[in-house]
Design a binder for this molecule. Structure first.
Ligand code: EPU
Length: 318
């Protein structure tokens, strides 16, 4: 059986185990689900309709020893050209995407857009979440990588979080019991974020709107409008990565359709037809020059997932 038939058979079996509203696709192209717009296909792609569906999808994968990968809104993500083996899960359906305001707290589903959170907070007069306005991600993705902008980061605003382990067990923890660092939350590397309670401060919607528009202006002035994955590298302790790339004279450097932005050195933009391997080669060029000319080891901030080669799943049980 060819890989595609095997995947189609898996998709049919999984769909039959989930509720009607669940979305299941085989050999599903992922490039359009990332902000950089590169990358191959997922063997199986699932949007569970609720937490029971999610747990059932995890069981399905475990029975077949298939890997599970969580996809948020596809920012901060570089998927290799051969795509992702196993099951890619996206919590995009409404039960995972709600934002409920309770005084100065917002209960946010992992699939909620950060922009929606910022807008709801502004409407309710809750300050402190303005920095989320321009991050093109989901709450779950931002929790997993402790996303930040404008001097603030996600975990500074989380009061508690709910998550699922890979056996479908659901847990809730106060943020004080969860370790987080710059651009990282180790717990959520092995568990699936379901929701978070964010907490802000009381303020007027007008003041919040003013801060949001300052942030938005700063971003439009300093970050490129073309498709990108956000910042490619973490900032080293000694110099912001964008400044370093700038000083190395690499702005505008390109490999195929992948180009270092002229606006901000820590962004690689897709000129329209870039492949993942071109982006990866450009990353190597930058790392090499930073190492040899400045002795700095740049660490990628974007998450790099998948394989270079497309799927060749051998025939097997469905
Ligand atoms: N700079 C240059 N040349 C450049 C780019 C930057 O000289 O090409 C200089 C700037 O002038 C500034 C300094 O480097 O003095 C820092 O630049 P910026 O203010 O743009 O901030 P950043 O450290 O590059 C961080 C986050 C961004 C976030 C911005 C705004 C990281 C890796 N990046 O960027 O987050 O949007 O602050 O708050 O922490 C992301 O995480 O994907 C991301 C884009």
């Amino acid at each position: 059986m060819a890989a595609t038939n095997q995947h189609a058979a898996w998709a049919e079996h999984l769909q039959a185990r989930l509720s009607k509203a669940a979305v299941v696709h085989s050999d599903h192209s992922l490039a359009k689900r990332t902000t950089l717009r590169v990358g191959g296909k997922a063997d199986l792609y699932v949007e569970p309709a609720n937490e029971l569906d999610l747990a059932e999808s995890l069981r399905f994968a475990k029975e077949r020893s298939l890997a599970i990968t969580l996809l948020g809104r596809g920012s901060n993500l570089l998927i290799r050209d051969g795509g992702i083996r196993g099951v890619v899960v996206c919590l995009a359906q409404p039960p995972f995407s709600q934002v409920i305001v309770e005084d100065i707290r917002l209960r946010c589903g992992a699939g909620a857009r950060l922009k929606t959170v910022a807008v709801e907070a502004r409407r309710a007069g809750v300050a402190g979440l303005e920095f989320l306005e321009g991050i093109p991600g989901s709450v779950g993705g931002a929790m997993r990588m402790n996303a930040g902008a404008m001097g603030s980061s996600m975990f500074e605003r989380i009061e508690s979080l709910r998550y699922m382990d890979l056996d479908g067990g659901v847990f809730e923890k106060s943020v004080t019991d969860v370790a987080s660092q710059y651009r990282s939350c180790p717990l959520l590397k092995t568990h699936i974020a379901l929701s978070a309670v964010l907490i802000g401060l009381r303020s007027s919607p007008e003041e919040i709107a003013q801060r949001m528009s300052q942030y938005s202006n700063k971003r439009w002035e300093s970050q490129p409008p073309q498709p990108s994955a956000g910042c490619i590298f973490k900032n080293p302790a000694t110099i912001p990565a964008g400044k370093l790339v700038d000083e190395l004279g690499l702005k505008g450097a390109s490999v195929g359709g992948a180009r270092v932005s002229e606006i901000h050195g820590n962004f690689i933009v897709n000129d329209g037809n870039a492949t993942s391997s071109e982006v990866l080669r450009l990353i190597q060029v930058i790392r090499e020059k930073a190492r040899t000319q400045r002795g700095i080891e740049l660490e990628t901030e974007v998450e790099i997932l998948g394989s270079d080669e497309p799927s060749s799943t051998p025939p097997g049980p469905v």
